[in-house]
Design a protein around this ligand. Structure first.
Ligand SMILES: [Mn+2]
Length: 426
């Protein structure tokens, strides 16, 4: 199924009157306070978030998985699904592949398919957290940190293979997330594990083309429940520094212990020029991988406030790679992604509304009340008309979920692909 611009235009006609009323009201209000609405709308329209290839089917927990009809069974179909999301939102212009779940059999055809939907290939993701059928060495007791030299070499070689595939597709970065760690005290020597990981990452880094970046993801626990070798941003930062200039830390929102001040981590990394990538999701307790903005939208806004500040004030930091990293256990995966994109752009737009000059003045005079008011004035602004304006000018849907439902996209996908399909890797 492909959604043409003409069809979206028809749906937009149904909502244009309400949109215009809301937009005019907000535009007047913002213009009076000296905000350039056009500039903000353009920034929202430019903001593109990568969709990972594993997010298009139903996810699951260790208790099981409830499949969703019409799931994409092939890489081509996964690209088609991202294409649908991009057509409706104009904010999902990239896809992030997972190897070995998405090894392209015909690179040229895959590149053409992606281009036909206006998609580029963002960061490649390697997988050394599970053994594949016929694997010569096991990752059961670790991969880049393993005491077994063969497992380590095997994991490094896999990452080099991911780089080779990514190069053919036009990707420019590799994300490494490791499950490596220990489930019990005494199981491994922390220092040896860290030193092995550093050596392995350096080998991978040396295997990257000159114009590639390495993103090192961290996570405090799970699947190992006693220790994770790359447990926090500090460990990732240290390893990135050991690798070199083009190695960076990647922040995944769900990879923190409860109540961690993630916005401060973002600020610290951008100050040091080392925030390379960002994975969006939301959580109540742990790495819950829920819809972005569904549990802690204010925290998301505060994080975006630091991201916006960093993008404007830290030329030493590269423009971060954005990706949604969530699991859709009970929602239609595509609707879940549409909701997540909306939440990301709302937080971004609100952060763009923060009066940075006034905030600085308040901070310099220790006006604590004033500083809080400045942030919350932005947070409490209903910025949704700005998102709609950005979509309207790009030929996307004013209300993506309404359009998705009206066009009966899921029903169409089920009739094309059947009820029993299963996305690879899930
Ligand atoms: Mn992640």
């Amino acid at each position: 199924m492909v959604i043409g611009k003409d069809i979206i235009e028809q749906y937009n006609k149904l909502e244009i009157e309400n949109f215009t009323t809301d937009f005019d009201f907000l535009q007047n209000k913002l213009t009076k306070s000296g905000t350039s609405v056009t500039e903000i709308v353009n920034k929202i329209a430019d903001f593109q978030v990568a969709i990972p290839s594993w997010a298009l089917g139903a996810g699951g927990t260790r208790f099981g998985r409830f499949s969703y009809g019409g799931e994409p069974a092939t890489l081509e179909q996964k690209l088609d699904d991202v294409g649908l999301i991009h057509a409706l939102t104009h904010s999902a212009g990239a896809v992030s592949l997972h190897i070995p779940w998405d090894v392209p059999s015909d690179v040229k055809a895959i590149k053409e398919k992606a281009a036909s939907h206006g998609l580029v290939f963002d960061a490649m993701n390697s997988n050394t957290f599970q053994d594949q059928t016929g694997a010569e060495h096991s990752y059961k007791f670790g991969s880049l940190n393993a005491v077994n030299e063969d497992s380590r070499a095997y994991a490094v070689e896999h990452n080099k293979e991911v780089i080779r595939i990514g190069k053919e597709l036009g990707s420019k970065s590799l994300t490494v997330w490791l499950a490596d760690g220990a489930s019990f005290p005494g199981q491994l020597n922390f220092q040896t594990a860290l030193s092995n990981t550093e050596k392995s990452l350096k080998e991978i880094y040396a295997g990257m083309p000159e114009d590639w970046k390495l993103f090192i993801e961290y996570k405090p626990y799970e699947p190992n429940f006693y220790s994770t070798t790359i447990q926090d941003w500090g460990t990732s930062f240290m390893l990135a520094n050991a690798c070199g200039e083009r190695a960076y830390t990647l922040v995944d929102l769900g990879h923190h212990l409860p109540n961690t001040n993630i916005e401060q981590i973002v600020a610290t990394l951008m100050y040091k020029g080392k925030l390379g990538g960002f994975h969006f999701n939301d959580s109540k307790y742990g790495d819950d991988d829920l819809t972005v903005g569904s549990i802690k939208p204010y925290a998301l806004f505060l994080i975006f406030n630091e991201l916006v500040y960093g993008m404007e004030n830290n030329p030493q930091n590269p423009y971060p790679a954005w990706m949604i990293d969530a699991s859709h256990n009970i929602k239609d995966p595509l609707e879940d992604l549409l909701q997540s994109l909306e939440a990301i752009l709302i937080a971004y737009a609100q952060a763009l509304l923060v009066d940075q000059k006034a905030l600085k003045t308040a901070q310099l005079s220790n006006d604590v009340v004033g500083a809080q008011d400045i942030l919350q004035n932005a947070y409490r602004t209903d910025v949704r008309p700005l998102l709609r304006a950005a979509r309207l000018q790009a030929g996307a849907a004013l209300d993506p979920i309404a359009a998705y439902r009206n066009l009966r996209v899921r029903e169409n996908l089920i009739s094309e692909r059947g009820l029993e399909t299963k996305a690879t890797g899930l």
